[in-house]
Ligand binder design. Structure first.
Ligand code: F6P
Length: 327
């Protein structure tokens, strides 16, 4: 097994709360094992542009509670080219880096897999860092718990005004092609309906449900819409409803990037600590080209190719539960 002496860590793709806590865990675990550690700024783009900086234990002091990422994040088109990857490899070699911890999502791991095929002398372990919770091989990704807590905080506030004005609110949440944020925050926030990319939305049934609610003296409603929902998002669904029920007072709120910010929850900080420690230990044990995750509380390693091949299936039992409770 090749000895690892120098490790680099970077964050890539969309930032997610808990990334800083995870950088801290990676850096301190590496130092604990007598490795030298470098942070790469701006993900793969910084790797191409030689933005490496040595990190010490003090470099990661007082960041456990901070949202965003001190290493910055980017989506790099250059890294998708052979020249970009070669430049990144040359820079890693010039800093004598043997191993890398990549914190990111789907695109980050697809990039890592392609890079490992071309340059197998650099070992890479990935840590799932995305609010979307859409990766196979882990029950939770870093940032998801914080994001759904942000959503329900907003939803609770909207509920106050929705009830005061007898309005029907459509709240659009992030998640790209995944409905995980919408489903979990919809159940936690008591949404009347949750519209998901994974399930064909029956808008006629939604109209009927809202009318039924009216008959049962329900004067306001909250519909949670995942951004990847197939009717085109909250604006389109609200417009459809308005055509069907012109007397309804409808409003749309798109939560947007507020879901990506904020101080990580305790759940995300603990996940960051576990995944950060496990990632470095996995590299020291000779593991490579895999994402480290958590499944039923246990550490789980999944090859990059599997983690990105299919999206984590949604827990449709949660959807069924919400149908029962949202009457
Ligand atoms: O992957 C995280 C995410 O926030 C998705 O939920 C969303 O679709 C996307 O990133 C937005 O990306 P950007 O910040 O580049 O607009």
């Amino acid at each position: 097994m090749d000895k690892i002496e120098r490790l680099a860590v970077f964050t890539s793709g969309g930032d997610a709360p808990g990334m800083n806590a995870c950088i801290r865990a990676v850096v301190r675990t590496a130092l604990f094992n007598n490795l030298r550690v470098y942070g790469v700024l701006r993900g793969y783009q910084g790797m191409i542009e030689d933005e490496f900086k040595p990190l010490t234990s003090r470099s990661v002091s007082n960041i456990i509670q901070r949202g965003g990422t001190i290493l910055k994040a980017a989506r790099s088109a250059d890294f998708m080219t052979a020249e970009g990857m070669q430049k990144a490899w040359q820079n890693l070699k010039s800093h004598q880096i043997d191993a890398v911890v990549a914190i990111g999502g789907d695109g980050t791991f697809k990039g890592a897999e392609a890079f490992c095929s071309l340059y197998p002398d650099i070992k890479i372990i990935g840590i799932p860092g995305t609010i979307d919770n859409d990766l196979s091989g882990t029950d939770f990704t870093l940032g998801f718990d914080t994001a759904i807590n942000t959503v329900i905080e907003a939803l609770d506030k909207i509920r106050d005004t929705a009830a005061s004005h007898d309005r029907c609110f459509f709240i659009e949440v992030m998640g790209r092609d995944s409905g995980c944020i919408a489903l979990w925050s919809g159940v936690a926030g008591g949404a009347e309906e949750i519209l998901l990319p994974e399930k064909v939305s029956d808008l006629e049934a939604l109209v009927a449900k809202l009318e039924e609610g009216k008959k049962n003296n329900k004067s306001s409603s909250i519909i949670l819409v995942a951004e990847g929902e197939k009717n085109g998002g909250a604006q389109e669904v609200a417009a459809h409803l308005k055509r069907m029920l012109p007397h309804y007072d409808t409003k749309v709120t798109v939560l947007g990037h507020v879901q990506r910010g904020g101080s990580p929850t305790a759940h995300d900080r603990i996940l960051a600590a576990k995944l950060g420690v496990w990632a470095v230990e996995a590299l020291l044990q000779g593991k490579n080209r895999q994402m480290i995750g958590i499944q039923r509380g246990e550490m789980a390693l999944t090859p990059f190719s599997m983690a990105t091949r299919q999206q984590q299936p949604l827990d449709m039992e949660l959807f069924r539960i919400n149908q029962i409770l949202s009457t």
